[in-house]
Design a protein around this ligand. Structure first.
Ligand code: ATP
Ligand code: MG
Length: 164
């Protein structure tokens, strides 16, 4: 975490195709979703989406969000991963119709070690670090991460990154 305080150095960023990066996550999470009896839907653009990124870190950030989407849902729920572009910006949305986050917890979920401690249906461990790490990675790329959630309805995270 400390190593990536602030922005990443330009020499650490490579030109990547976000569609290729996300497609490999789709392949991986389709299998996991199937094992958990979740529906997994992906919407990717048909053309490359070029941006400058550290692909390992960006992959880690997206995995933290996808892991949560799969973890805080129950059998039969749906996880959707969508990539789009608009006005020189790329958007990545990770949405689930799982257990949702109480409104009073929402302002705190990006804090280190913060976990919502209601009786959560898929009893899984965790340190409460996944979102703090994801946010730090996205902000180190000059991007933003936002969340919308309704308890018992679901959660949507949106990442915004500048295009190359
Ligand atoms: P870790 O990711 O370190 O294994 P964690 O999943 O508890 O542990 P975060 O990923 O930082 O930690 O998430 C913080 C808290 O936000 C979680 O404990 C959970 O209560 C809530 N949360 C995160 N994503 C979702 C989601 N998609 N749906 C419902 N609750 C969520
Ligand atoms: Mg997590």
């Amino acid at each position: 975490m400390a190593r990536h305080q602030g922005r990443l150095n330009p020499q650490d960023l490579k030109e990547i195709d976000l569609v290729v990066l996300v497609q490999s996550l789709v392949d991986e999470y389709k299998i996991l979703a199937q094992q958990l009896n979740l529906n997994f839907i992906a919407h990717l653009p048909p053309t490359p989406v070029k941006l400058k990124a550290d692909s390992d870190l960006l992959t880690q950030a997206l995995k933290n969000l996808l892991d949560n989407a799969c973890k805080y849902t129950v059998s039969g729920d749906t996880v959707t991963l969508k990539v789009s572009t608009k006005l020189r910006r790329a958007f990545i949305e990770i949405e689930d119709n799982g257990i949702g986050i109480p409104a009073e917890d929402l302002p705190h979920i990006f804090e280190r070690f913060y976990r919502v401690d209601t009786a959560r249906s898929r009893q899984t461990g965790g340190f409460g670090l996944g979102l703090a790490i994801a946010q730090q990675i996205i902000e180190a790329h000059g991007g933003q991460i936002t969340v919308e959630s309704v308890l018992e309805k679901g959660t949507k995270f949106q990442i915004c990154l500048s295009l190359f």
